[in-house]
Design a protein around this ligand. Structure first.
Ligand code: PGA
Length: 253
C-alpha cells in the first residue's frame, strides 16, 4: 500500500526562529515514525533554511504559496528558483486563508502553472464555503476543480496533490470536522470529477488529502475507509506530540 501523506501547514507560526528550531528538534525525535509516511513541513519562508537542515532524512520541505512570476524584477517577491534552492519540493496553493485575503481563481490558476514549470508539486486546496441539504456544494467543487485544472496534461495532473479542505471546517474545534460518511462521499465525487477531466487512470493515482481541524482525536476515524491518502494539518502540526499521534493514526488505517 502507498505510504500515507502528511503535510504540516505551519501558517505564520511559531512566532520566533528559536521556537521553530525547538519544534524541528522535537519532530526529529520521532523520525523513525515519520519515515513510514511521506511527511512534508511547510514553514514560514524565513524558517526554510533551518528547516531544510533539520528535516533531512525524514521529511520534505514545502511552501504555503507559490510565486506568481518565475523571473523578472519584482520587489518583495521570491522566485521559484530561490525557493527551490532550499530543497523545497511542493507548494500549497489556493488555501482558503489566502483566498480570504483576495486571491482569485485566476491567480491560483497561474500559480499552479508556475509551480509545475519550476518542478514544485502543487498541493491544491479546494473546498466549499458551506454545505446544504440540496448538495449544492458538490457542483461548487466540480466547478472549482474544472476552472483550476482545465488544460493541464495528464502528466502534469499526476504531479498534483488535491487537498480537500471544506472552508467551514478549517480552524475549528476537533469535533466540528466533517462526518466520515460525508467525507467518503465527497472524496468519491472529487475522484469522479478528476476522472472526467483527465481519465480514470490518472484520477486514480492523484492523491486526495483532507484538511480542516485534523488532530490526534479525529485523525483515526477520518482516515478509515474514507478514500483519503492523508492529511493537510494546520494547528495540530505545531505540536510535536499531536503530529506524532496523527502519524500513528494514519499508519493504523
Ligand atoms: P487547521 O488548518 O488544521 O488548523 O484547521 C488546516 C489548514 O489550514 O490547512
Amino acid at each position: 500500500m502507498a505510504k500515507p501523506i502528511l503535510i504540516a501547514n505551519w501558517k505564520n507560526f511559531p512566532g520566533s526562529l528559536k521556537e521553530a528550531e525547538f519544534l524541528l528538534k522535537e519532530l526529529g525525535k520521532r523520525r523513525h515514525l515519520y519515515k513510514k509516511t511521506i511527511l512534508s513541513i511547510a514553514p514560514p519562508l524565513p524558517y526554510l533554511e533551518v528547516a531544510s537542515e533539520r528535516i533531512k532524512g525524514f521529511a520534505m520541505l514545502g511552501v504555503q504559496d507559490a510565486p506568481l512570476v518565475d523571473r523578472g524584477v519584482h520587489t518583495g517577491e521570491v522566485t521559484p528558483e530561490i525557493i527551490k534552492s532550499f530543497g523545497v519540493k511542493l507548494a500549497i496553493l489556493g488555501h482558503s486563508e489566502r483566498r480570504a485575503m483576495g486571491e482569485t481563481s485566476s491567480t491560483i490558476w497561474k500559480k499552479i502553472r508556475v509551480a509545475l514549470k519550476a518542478g514544485l508539486a502543487p498541493v491544491l486546496c479546494v473546498g466549499e464555503l458551506s454545505r446544504d441539504a440540496e448538495g449544492e456544494h458538490f457542483e461548487y467543487l466540480r466547478q472549482e476543480l474544472k476552472s483550476l485544472l482545465h488544460g493541464l496534461s495528464r502528466v502534469e495532473a499526476k504531479k498534483i496533490v488535491i487537498a480537500y479542505e471544506p472552508v467551514w471546517a478549517v480552524g475549528k474545534d476537533a469535533l466540528d470536522v466533517i462526518e466520515p460518511v460525508e467525507l467518503t462521499q465527497t472524496i468519491l465525487f472529487i475522484r469522479k470529477a478528476l476522472s472526467d477531466l483527465f481519465g480514470r487512470e490518472t484520477a486514480e493515482v492523484m492523491p486526495i488529502l483532507y484538511g480542516g481541524s485534523v488532530d490526534a482525536v479525529n485523525a483515526g476515524f477520518l482516515m478509515r475507509n474514507t478514500g483519503i491518502r492523508g492529511f493537510l494539518v494546520g494547528r495540530a502540526s505545531l505540536n510535536a506530540k499531536s503530529l506524532s499521534q496523527i502519524a500513528e493514526s494514519v499508519l493504523e488505517r
